[in-house]
Design a protein around this ligand. Structure first.
Ligand code: WT7
Length: 628
């Protein structure tokens, strides 16, 4: 994929110029680096008002042909995936491109043998084992639309996602190892499947060997594989056929099933992977995310494999068996590019630096950060102790919806600036808007918006195009609105300041406050609730829930029950750090909860509440302060 790379600032500047002068020629040149069964008739058609975006129209391809088959000609024996298990005493696995190809084809035949066909939705609820990546690719091989649900989600959340997409098959495992814990995935899946009429088969990978109950539609993965061979020609897909659905949290209760399509997603993830991380032949790249999130889809599986890289998949957690595990794994596999989240860095930086220093990190060339703004302290710790002041840090801004990284520096090619994501990728047109939606220039702060489509923009929300339009294209007509605010310095570098809507980024996870409030309100003793974020030194943000109970209840018991309820409805990641029982919430005269004031109260910024005299119930402020 040499043709994809900018190795110098001159290459980069040239690309940027071409991308803005002739965007379609620019993207077409990049798309030409891939294998297509048939080339497109038209590069781009779009209208941000409808909204409708299509790339490489009429082009025919299969992304697995590009991620797998293509490399068999040039590097069949190269390691595609290094699997590092949860337990450091278990052997790592090195899976070559030819082995991966064979295992994907076999798994694809297993799916077909169980009735899967092009366009069907297949839900994947699995731990971070190689079979998770294989499952994703097997779906893509046959044109089935995968919907990966992070293995930390609850039965209720899993069922809601399966039902929204009407999945016909569930792929899961008996259990999953995560640090010292074992997650009973099959039990959770069983509970979910009591309310999922669309599921015909549940195929279960044996990972932990724990006892599981067995139902009519359950099948063992290893037994099903034995019935099929590994010859599975790739399904011919249209560039705009959906490749996958991935759910993300929104500001209403229902998760949004973001739909990504085959052609544009392939082109953009490979292009961005190559340029951001400056991957070179022979390098070992490691992204610590879970494949249950977009980061894992784009930058563990598709992007790296499309360019023929070696990608590490880690089953465990940074704290197990101790807080040096990341660095031990970097040393063990001689990792060259390391990509993680600020929340992990902040957690690790609290532990003795000896846990970093005792490992040989001399292989590292590039460090990456993703998921939330990286604060200066974490940036400098990462730079000094992990990078030894010798590795560029790429702070990559993007979203589930964008499919790939949009604002970042390119490692060693463009300048970095601590706490700044820096510049848009060539081909991405980012602007700042004021509250009225006017573009503002120069050194300023505003609302982040994107003016022109890039190939991996999500095409719709599964089953709800109207919502797609309302959330992303209505607030500022003519632009894509990501929901973040940003400031820009005199050189044009962007610093993301955080969400401007009711979404809170907790430990790098996007959590809408509305679904959490819905969960709290479902408790029989809760009348009303409001959830806001407040700054947290490890998680970036944490959640503070204000809850009005309907009668005199014992507040300790209530808060325990509410935590359990949120965990059960959404998952443990959504549990509020604080639950405060209050007798009222600050409201406007029209009855709207003043979240801005609640955010200040939760953050302890009592002197920044502003004028509260126009509230319907100003007296509530003192009560909230008193019992906080
Ligand atoms: C939201 C998207 C990107 C994949 C993982 C999260 C925040 C993401 C950064 C960054 C500041 C960031 C934004 C964005 N975010 N990366 N480098 N600097 N903020 O994907 O769950 O869809 O969340 O994460 O607020 O909108 P996601």
């Amino acid at each position: 994929m040499e043709g994809l790379s900018y190795r110098s600032i001159a290459d980069y500047t040239k690309a940027k110029e071409q991308a803005s002068a002739q965007p379609e020629v620019f993207w077409e040149n990049i798309a030409n680096q891939f294998e297509w069964y048939e080339k497109w008739d038209k590069v781009l058609e779009y209208d941000f008002h409808t909204p409708k975006v299509s790339w490489f129209l009429g082009g025919k391809l299969n992304i697995t042909e590009n991620c797998l088959d293509r490399h068999l000609k040039t590097q069949p024996d190269k390691t595609a995936i290094i699997f590092e298990p949860n337990d450091p005493n278990d052997a790592a696995q090195h899976i070559s491109y030819s082995e991966l190809h064979s295992r994907v084809c076999r798994a694809a035949n297993m799916l077909k043998a169980n009735g899967a066909k092009k366009g069907d939705r297949i839900c994947i609820y699995m731990p971070m084992t190689p079979e998770l990546a294989i499952a994703v690719l097997a779906c893509a091989r046959i044109g089935a639309i995968h919907s990966v649900v992070f293995a930390g989600f609850s039965a209720t959340a899993l069922a809601a996602r399966i039902n929204d997409a009407e999945c016909s098959i569930l792929l899961t495992a008996d259990g999953g190892f995560r640090g010292a814990k074992v997650t009973p995935l099959k039990d959770i899946a069983d509970e979910a499947l009591t309310s999922c009429p669309s599921i015909n088969n549940c195929i279960v990978l044996k990972r932990t060997g724990q006892d599981v109950s067995w139902n009519n539609m359950d099948l063992w993965w290893h037994e099903e594989l034995e019935k099929v061979n590994d010859n599975c020609p790739a399904e011919v897909m249209d560039s705009e056929d959906p490749l996958f659905i991935l759910y993300t949290s929104g500001s209403t209760g229902k998760p949004k099933g973001m739909v990504h399509s085959c052609g544009g997603y392939m082109v953009y993830t490979a292009y961005s992977f190559q340029n951001v991380f400056q991957y070179q032949k022979g390098d070992v790249y490691w992204c610590t995310a879970d494949i249950g999130w977009i980061t894992g889809h784009s930058y563990i599986v598709y992007g790296p494999l499309a360019v023929g890289a070696t990608t590490v998949m880690f089953e465990g957690v940074p704290s197990y068996p101790d807080y040096g595990r990341f660095w031990e794994v970097c040393a063990k596999h001689k990792v060259n590019q390391f990509y993680t989240a600020p929340t992990a860095i902040r957690a690790l930086q609290k532990h003795p630096v000896e846990l970093v220093n005792k490992h040989d990190l001399s292989s590292l060339k590039v460090l990456g950060s993703v998921g939330e703004p990286i604060n200066a302290e974490a940036w400098h710790w990462y730079d000094k102790h992990v990078g030894k002041h010798n590795c560029p840090i790429v702070d990559t801004w993007w979203q589930t919806e964008t499919g790939g990284i949009l604002i970042t520096s390119l490692a060693g090619v463009t300048p970095q600036k601590p706490t700044y994501a820096t510049l848009p990728m060539p081909g991405v047109q980012v602007v700042l808007l004021d509250n009225e939606g006017n573009e503002i220039e120069g050194e300023t702060e505003g609302i982040l918006a994107i003016k022109h489509p890039w190939p991996s923009i999500a095409r719709t929300i599964w089953g709800d195009h109207e919502r797609y339009k309302n959330v992303y294209f209505s607030a500022y007509p003519g632009y894509y609105f990501p929901g973040d605010g940003a400031l820009r310095d005199a050189e044009g570098n962007f610093r993301i300041t955080g969400r401007v809507d009711d979404v809170v980024i907790v430990s790098g996870h996007n959590l809408g406050t509305a679904p959490i409030e819905n969960a709290l309100n479902a408790h029989e003793s809760v009348v009303e609730s409001a959830v806001v974020g407040f700054p947290h030194d490890v998680k970036g943000n944490a959640l503070h829930a204000f809850v009005i109970p309907n009668a005199k209840v014992e507040s300790n018991k209530l808060t325990d029950e509410l935590r359990a309820l949120v965990s059960k409805t959404i998952g443990p990641i959504a549990k509020p750090d604080r639950i405060q029982v209050v007798s009222g919430l600050p409201k406007t005269r029209s009855g709207k909860i003043m979240r801005r004031i609640l955010r200040k109260l939760a953050s302890g910024e009592y002197d920044q509440l502003g004028d509260v005299s126009t509230l319907l119930n100003p007296e509530i402020i003192e009560e909230i302060k008193r019992n906080s």
